[in-house]
Design a protein. Structure first.
Length: 294
């Protein structure tokens, strides 16, 4: 379960999506790129609550509330309206979003929020027959995997999901330098040949084994993102310099980067050191693997 009912409404967590690797393997005739990626979810995310109301409203709070687009462009409201139309119900709900994740950051914040809205409203409205996965795919490439909210192998343009090999619970640090990157711009800046899909990794026993497996793969969007936002170089260098860092890499189209550590103590220390040196960056110690956060 990724949410629970409470007197205040139906609550859902929208966990941060992290691309442990991301290969761009082709481009379709319609211009969309095909990917091969291993996605995991972190133990930190936004929070969404849906309650009964006479109309559809969205209240936003939290440290990144001010960075969201205008209400008319909000993916949460778009998800609500599409679900209502598909279910043949009036779009009536009071939605409250607590925005803890940076925006346009490569960790699926908006997509996770939209997915959380679909899950919450399907329960609030008693919708059982609507194809939520199909609706998710119509909202954006990352929304289907965020709807599943579990570690997955992602293919196609994001709509084809397979269960990932069992991942150990791994301590990690996420860092965003406060630079928003548009996914379309990063894809447009990509150069060179397309990659080939990688064979699935064997289920790693621990963080070191996962890092070793990831070292044979890459994020094909990292190079173009670094050209568009050179500060990513500094983020990756700061992570790689921390004692106990097993691997440092960018997630998605950036600019958020992550590093894996052998244990929570090393991750917490690394996060404290980076935050002290760069108080203008968003830095959090978290974990990947295991069950999705409730």
């Amino acid at each position: 379960m990724t949410g629970s009912e409470a007197p205040a409404g139906i609550r859902q967590t929208a966990p941060a999506k992290v691309n442990l690797y991301l290969h761009v393997v082709g481009r379709r005739a319609d211009g969309y790129h095909a990917i091969d990626s291993l996605v995991a979810f972190a133990g930190i995310g936004d929070g969404l609550t849906a309650g009964a109301a006479d109309e559809l409203t969205l209240a936003v709070e939290g440290p990144f509330a001010g960075a969201l687009p205008a209400p008319g462009d909000n993916l949460v409201l778009a998800a609500a309206r599409r679900l209502a139309a598909a279910a043949g119900v009036a779009p009536r709900a009071a939605l409250r979003l607590v925005k803890r994740l940076p925006v346009a950051a490569g960790i699926g914040g908006g997509s996770a929020d939209a997915a959380a809205a679909l899950r919450a409203l399907a329960r609030l409205w008693g919708v059982a027959t609507v194809d939520l996965a199909g609706l998710a795919a119509s909202l954006g490439a990352d929304v289907p995997v965020c709807l599943a909210a579990r570690a997955s192998l992602v293919a196609g343009i994001g709509e084809r999901l397979r269960p990932a090999p069992a991942l150990p619970v791994v301590s990690a640090v996420l860092v965003n330098p406060g630079v928003a990157l548009a996914t379309a711009a990063v894809f447009a800046a990509r150069e060179g040949a397309f990659s080939t899909p990688a064979p699935p990794i064997e289920a790693p026993a621990d963080a070191a084994a996962l890092a070793q497996a990831l070292a044979t793969r890459s994020n094909d969007l990292e190079a173009p993102a670094r050209r568009l936002a050179p500060v990513i170089d500094a983020v990756l260098a700061a992570l790689a310099a921390q004692p106990g860092c097993l691997i440092a890499r960018m997630s998605g189209s950036g600019a958020t980067c992550f590093a894996l550590f052998a244990g929570p103590g090393a991750a917490a220390t690394a996060a404290e050191r980076i935050a002290a040196a760069r108080p203008d960056w968003w830095v959090v110690a978290t974990r990947f693997g295991g069950a999705a956060p409730a």
